[in-house]
Design a protein around this ligand. Sequence first.
Ligand SMILES: Nc1nc2c(c(=O)[nH]1)N[C@H]1C(S)=C(S)[C@@H](COP(=O)(O)OP(=O)(O)OC[C@H]3O[C@@H](n4cnc5c(=O)[nH]c(N)nc54)[C@H](O)[C@@H]3O)O[C@H]1N2
Ligand SMILES: Nc1nc2c(c(=O)[nH]1)N[C@H]1C(S)=C(S)[C@@H](COP(=O)(O)OP(=O)(O)OC[C@H]3O[C@@H](n4cnc5c(=O)[nH]c(N)nc54)[C@H](O)[C@@H]3O)O[C@H]1N2
Ligand code: SF4
Ligand SMILES: [Mo]
Length: 895
Amino acid sequence: MSGTRTTCPYCGVGCGIRIGSDGAIAGDPDHPANRGRLCVKGAALGETLGDDNRLLHPMMGGARASWDAALDAAAAGLAETIAAHGPDAVAFYVSGQFLTEDYYIANKLMKGFIGSANIDTNSRLCMASTVAGHVRAFGADVVPGIYEDWDEADLAVLAGSNAAWCHPVLFQRLLAARATRGTRIVVIDPRRTASCEAADLHLPLAIGSDTALFAGLLVHLADRGALDSAWIAAHSTGFEAALAVARRDAGSIAAVAEATRLAPDLILRFYTEFAGTERSLTIFSQGINQSASGTDKVNAILNCHLATGRIGRPGMGPFSVTGQPNAMGGREVGGLATQLAAHMGFDQPEAIDRVRRFWQAPAVATRPGLKAVDLFEAVHDGRIKAIWIAATNPVVSMPRAGRVQDALARCPLVIVSDCWPTSTSGLAHILLPAAGWGEKDGTVTNSERRISRQRAFRAPPGEARPDWWMFAEMARRLGWGDRFAYAKPADIFREHAALSGFENEGARAFDIGGLAGLSDEDYDGLAPVRWPVAEARANARLFAGGGFFTADGRARFVATPPRPLAEGTGRARPLRLNTGRIRDQWHTMTRSGSVPRLMAHQEEPFLELSPSDAGKFDVGDGDLMRIETAHGTAILRARASSSVKPGELFAPMHWSADFSSAGPIGRLVGGAADPISGQPELKASAARLAPLPTLWRGLLLGPARPLGAQSFYWARLPVAGGQACTLRGWDPLPAADDLRALAAALLGAPGVALQDICDTERGSYRFARIEQGRLVGCLLIACQSAWPVPERESLVPLLGAEFDAAARGRFALMQRIAAAPTASRKICVCLSVSQAAIEGVIADGRAADPTEIGAVTGAGTSCGSCLPELEALLREARVQAALRPNPLAPLRRAR
Ligand SMILES: Nc1nc2c(c(=O)[nH]1)N[C@H]1C(S)=C(S)[C@@H](COP(=O)(O)OP(=O)(O)OC[C@H]3O[C@@H](n4cnc5c(=O)[nH]c(N)nc54)[C@H](O)[C@@H]3O)O[C@H]1N2
Ligand SMILES: Nc1nc2c(c(=O)[nH]1)N[C@H]1C(S)=C(S)[C@@H](COP(=O)(O)OP(=O)(O)OC[C@H]3O[C@@H](n4cnc5c(=O)[nH]c(N)nc54)[C@H](O)[C@@H]3O)O[C@H]1N2
Ligand code: SF4
Ligand SMILES: [Mo]
């Protein structure tokens, strides 16, 4: 085969990708994670490779600089800070989107040479509770299962995981198992998510109440004789104590029902399914981890698997899915502030000494560093005076994001490496351009401990360089060049592999010592391999026969008393704000936000609330609402949806201030952290709402750029030839002249006269910037009396189009702008099928299931990511049909 094999840089499924010799991107049929499949994000990767908006050169104080000048200045800044204030006055904040080789170097530099453990990562917001829970129960941070378990389970419990959208290719393996072996699916999520469309049972528990649910399950297992007492006796300790606490707090279905606000029969059905199914797989993610009791939630789940001995055998076990492509690799190198390196911690002096000897390090850190939330607090109050942020965008993704922004604004030295400009890079004193996906070489580890190579297939644009090189160069400038003399990623990987096997002898779970001797050629050709790879256990499931990494080799049950959420609700803030992901966006949108077809699924940020709460506030779909928490305020468009319960709200995490006036939602999210893992509670902030009137609507088409702070709502998306922005105003429109000035400013032509058609009587305004017979951009505004604003799709083709520059021609263009029809949301973005089209074929009886919808419209026949939504539209149609004939239905569809 010609071309390159690599892996997807998005989620932790870790799909293999083939780049054809013509540059075409396709799933790798030989990669064991995906066997050729890709989800819509992976399939659209080619569209993220443009160099348009990339960071191309190092910058200092906003001006272009050479690499030498930028790195010298950064090194001098770090050295001076360390000399004056000690090593703990500097910090690195890195990312699960690093390759393992990047991660290893950054960690080694901070913990071995600078001599502080102030290196933390965005995995603190993501996997920290699972790491802590694994260590408590297993003595090591190990996912016992493998992906084959998803094919071989009879019961799959998705706890706080919306895998249909967040781990789509694995979810499709589950759907295949359901089709072939009848695997039943239970979803435990306060929301009715896309994953619920395939579920046999959905438990919409109260946010934060998982510990009670799983403690109750432990009691049920004990009372129904479903324990594996022989396994418990042979391989664990602490069962009786954990059961006693569970009995005290969740000893009856009634008690669990009260804690979780679930109907007792739902709880009993779940418990009965679990008790009666040997091959039970519990898949968990951020609904579990991102919680102030996240570690206890994890252990409550692990307890149930230990109690039934359902671990490490085919089709069963607890399965934490990793979020980022290399979240697992970061855990292997020890990139969290609470780890040292290669599954060694600060709690054993001999481990610290071992790492010191291996690295020949002058100043190994001897105690944990600051965890993300505390780390940015320390930047805010000046204890940390220099920070290097790489491959993460904390000004958007951290809780209390406004405070993180303030902290960086006050910090004397901020170094940022990224591929694109971001909200965080805007605050950098020194900005380093990073080579991105497809431009750098290294390894990543996916959710099932499988290490795969990422391979370069294009040259980095401009002067962009890989992250490992930047950190190695920094080490050299700080005086440790001989210990960081790597010529290439293979050199780093061999050292990392050797450390994992160094004085290991089976004592540490993470052992890839068997790969320490790879030649450069072997490394280049390395096939995907699952650790441990030291000896006979290679590629095996772990822990079926015990062999835990605790001192006595036994697993630990952990008592998990339920605890209340960190932020209380009350009269002032009666609602709970839950946040998370949508199908087609990746985090802070620095990549996925520039791909038109990925924006087609959800074009704007939104605030989901239950129909009854919408009724209470008398808001309809798309109306503006002000949401306020103790930490911040945002104005979002409401979306009434029966997928959220009364009293709960949901907003996507993705939109930054670059993409909408409503972003980032992180400004509203609280930072209270789990006391053990330090992971913040990102899904349960107390909030209040107030409706705002929509006094005018607008549509802006023009060159791509953020609109910045405005006194109206805006959200932008990429379109062919530029960007489109939706505008909504809650204040009365300014007078026509002021409006003209605003239009000129928004169209990037302050002081330039625009073409306009203004009907002040009706409140309809059309402004166009026309240059040399081409439409550069236009702004359309309509007051209530002149609704609706023409929809975007029919206008986009006019952008950049040439036309007759005479007055009549201009007028005709303006007329066309004014007369454009309305459009509908895209459900299948691969084949561009809209919601209206799908609803149409359902309504006229041409399709009654997803296959038929696919046959008629094509929807769902490419990557399959939208299949759950096709189910949801069918369900919605059935609900509508069961109600009386609805005279408003056609109207609803038209909107
Ligand atoms: N499309 C897409 N996919 C992604 C990503 C992305 O940005 N976009 N990011 C990747 C990353 S880094 C990660 S970490 C994963 C995250 O993958 P997931 O964890 O599946 O995603 P989230 O949407 O953050 O949260 C999952 C669910 O937790 C629910 N939840 C909230 N509170 C609770 C609770 O108290 N209990 C329970 N049981 N559930 C609760 C939410 O309603 C939500 O549906 O996704 C990865 N995949
Ligand atoms: N409210 C709320 N907040 C959340 C979450 C939530 O559910 N709710 N989820 C949390 C979770 S689980 C996660 S993982 C985080 C994710 O949050 P972030 O890590 O902030 O999100 P990304 O947008 O993925 O940021 C990655 C950055 O790295 C850059 N990049 C990509 N490749 C490279 C590279 O090779 N080198 C360098 N130097 N840069 C690169 C990208 O351009 C981007 O700016 O968000 C967390 N924040
Ligand atoms: S499932 Fe995850 S790894 Fe696979 S293509 Fe989609 S985003 Fe990439
Ligand atoms: Mo994550």
